[in-house]
Design a binder for this molecule. Structure first.
Ligand code: 4AD
Ligand code: MG
Length: 466
C-alpha cells in the first residue's frame, strides 16, 4: 500500500492499473449499493480504501459476515481516482478472498482504546496506527544506527547475553541457573530441574555453568576487548536489569547501543555521541515523514520541531559541578535535595533539560578513568528533554595500576576480572565509549510517554507475558 500510495501524487499515476492488496481489515461500512473496506498492510499509516459492489467476486463473504474488522484478506481490483477527500486513489474491487476470518471478539475495534489497555494486548497492538508507526520508526532508528557506525568504520560486535561479570557493579543482574543436563534428566519434573539447591542455597558446582552466571547489564567490557584489537567497534543488542523499573523510563529488558573508540578520550566520545544522535534523528525526519506527522498530531505536538533542533543545534556541555550549581540556584523545590556528590535524579535531569536550557558522580563504575584531581572520573551523560538520561559514557581506565587499585577499593575481585586486566597488560590504549538506551531513543524520537510502548514486548516487574 505504501508502494502504491507513497509517491508524490499519492498513486494517481497508477490509476487504471490492476493491483493486489493483502492486509487486515481496519473498518467495514456496508451501504445499500456499495461496501467500503479500509485495508492496512502495515507498510504505512495509509489504508487502501476498497470499494465493492455486489457483483464483485467473493461479495457473499460480506453478506455472510466473513469480512469483518480484524480479518486478513486478499483483494484484487483496479485503481481509480477517489471521490473522497481522504485519499487520491481507491481500489475498485474485482475479487476478494478472506484469508483468515476474525472472531467478533476482536478487541481492537475502531473506537479509540487506551495505551494501558493495549499493553494487555501486546500481540495485537501492532495493528493500531500508533504501534505500527512506533515499530516503523524503531526500525528506521536501528537501520540508521548501523548505517552511521558502518559508514564511520566501526565494526559491529555481538556481545554475549550470558556473562559472569557485572559491568555496572550495581548488583542488578538476573541470575541464570539451571541444572547441568545429566542431572536434569534425573529430575522428576521440569520444575525440579531449575535450581539445584542445598540447604536453600544454589549448589553452583551442579549448575550448568559451574558458577554463578547472569544476563548481561551491558556489553561494554566485551566491546573493550574488541576495541583493543579492531579499533572502533560497537554492540547493539539486548541487555537486562533487575532494577526497580516501575517508571516510564525503565525496562527490565532493553536494547543498548555501545560504541567503543580506541585511541580516544572523553572529548572524542562526546563528539561521537553528538554526531550519532544528530545522524539518526535526521534520518527519521527524512525517512519517516508520514509517521512523524502522525506523532506530531496525536502524541506530542511539536515533536518535529524538537527533533529539528537536536539535528541542527549545538549541544550544551555542562560539568557536573556546574549542573549542581544550576540546581542549587533553581527556584524549584526538588523532592531529592541537591548537593555536590549526589546522583542526579530524574527531576533534576528534567529541570536541566526542560527548564534551565530550553534547548554526576554516582558511585562511579570501576572502569571509568580517574581524573587528575583524584576525586572525579572522566564520565559524561547526555540528557535530553522528555527522556532525561539518554546516554551514559566515559573514558575507560587504561592504566593497570589505577584499575587494580580501583577494583580493590570497590572490593571487586581481581581474579574474576583477569581478562579485563589483561587488556591493560598487553598493548593498552586510551579508549572511551558510551551506551545509549534504544527504547529511550524511540521515546525521544516519537514523543511516546511510556517506555513500555517503545518496545514490542515490554518486560517489567511482574510482567513477562507474550
Ligand atoms: O548509564 P548506563 O548504566 O551505562 C552503561 O551501561 C555503560 N556500560 C555504557 C557504556 O559506556 N558502554 O546505561 C546506558 C544507557 C542509559 O543512559 C539509558 O539510556 C539506558 O542505557 N538504560 C536503560 N534504558 C531502559 N531501561 C533501563 N532499565 C535502563 N538502564 C539504563
Ligand atoms: Mg547512567
Amino acid at each position: 500500500i505504501a508502494d502504491i500510495k507513497g509517491g508524490p501524487d499519492e498513486g494517481l499515476n497508477r490509476v487504471g492499473q490492476t493491483v493486489v492488496v493483502m492486509g487486515w481489515v481496519r473498518t467495514l461500512r456496508v451501504q445499500s449499493s456499495v461496501t467500503f473496506l479500509e485495508v492496512n498492510d502495515g507498510s504505512s499509516l495509509s489504508n487502501m480504501q476498497c470499494v465493492m459492489n455486489s457483483d464483485a467476486e467473493g461479495y457473499d463473504q460480506v453478506e455472510s459476515g466473513l469480512i469483518a474488522t480484524g480479518a486478513s484478506i486478499w483483494v484484487q481490483g483496479t485503481l481509480v481516482a477517489s471521490q473522497g477527500s481522504k485519499q487520491k486513489v481507491e481500489l475498485k474491487v474485482e475479487k476478494v478472498v478472506v484469508v483468515g476470518k476474525s472472531d467478533p471478539s476482536y478487541p481492537i475495534q475502531k473506537k479509540r482504546v487506551s495505551r494501558e489497555f493495549l499493553r494487555t494486548k501486546a500481540h495485537l497492538r501492532p495493528r493500531t496506527n500508533t504501534f505500527g508507526a512506533i515499530a516503523r520508526v524503531r526500525n528506521a532508528l536501528a537501520y540508521a544506527t548501523h548505517k552511521f557506525f558502518q559508514e564511520n568504520g566501526f565494526v559491529w560486535i555481538s556481545s554475549p547475553i550470558i556473562t559472569a561479570s557485572d559491568c555496572e557493579g550495581a548488583g542488578e543482574q538476573f541470575c541464570v541457573t539451571t541444572l547441568i543436563p545429566s542431572s536434569r534428566e534425573a529430575a522428576d519434573s521440569p520444575v525440579d530441574a531449575i535450581p539445584n539447591t542445598k540447604n536453600g542455597l544454589i549448589d553452583w558446582s551442579q549448575d550448568f555453568f559451574g558458577k554463578p552466571a547472569f544476563l548481561t547489564v551491558s556489553g561494554q567490557l566485551n566491546a573493550e576487548t574488541y576495541a583493543t584489537a579492531l579499533s572502533d567497534v560497537y554492540t547493539f543488542g539486548p541487555t537486562f536489569r533487575a532494577e526497580n523499573s516501575n517508571t516510564s523510563r525503565h525496562l527490565a529488558e532493553f536494547w543498548m547501543i555501545e560504541p567503543e573508540l580506541a585511541f580516544a578520550d572523553l572529548d572524542d566520545d562526546m563528539a561521537c555521541a553528538t554526531a550519532y544522535l544528530q545522524y539518526v534523528v535526521r534520518h527519521v525526519l527524512d525517512n519517516c515523514k508520514e509517521d512523524m506527522e502522525f506523532f506530531n498530531t496525536w502524541i506530542e505536538k511539536g515533536v518535529i520541531d524538537r527533533l529539528n533542533d537536536v539535528a541542527e543545534k549545538d549541544f550544551v556541555q555542562l560539568t557536573y559541578t556546574d549542573a549542581i550549581g544550576l540546581l542549587l540556584k533553581a527556584k524549584k523545590k526538588f523532592e531529592f535535595p541537591v548537593k555536590w556528590g549526589c546522583d542526579l535524579q530524574s527531576e533534576h535531569e528534567r529541570y536541566i533539560t526542560e527548564e534551565a536550557f530550553k534547548g554526576c558522580p554516582e558511585i562511579k563504575a570501576f572502569y571509568m578513568r580517574q581524573n587528575d584531581d583524584g576525586k572525579t572520573v572522566a564520565a559524561m551523560d547526555m540528557l535530553v528533554p522528555r527522556v532525561g538520561e539518554l546516554i551514559g559514557g566515559s573514558q575507560r581506565e587504561e592504566r593497570l595500576d589505577y584499575l587494580e587499585n580501583r577494583l580493590d577499593e570497590l572490593k571487586l575481585s581481581k581474579e574474576s576480572y583477569w581478562w579485563y586486566l589483561d587488556l591493560r597488560r598487553y598493548g593498552s590504549v586510551p579508549h572511551a565509549g558510551f551506551g545509549l538506551g534504544f527504547e529511550r531513543l524511540v521515546q525521544f524520537a516519537t514523543g511516546i510517554e511510556n517506555i513500555r510502548d517503545a518496545i514490542p514486548f515490554p518486560r517489567a516487574p511482574g510482567s513477562a507475558e507474550f
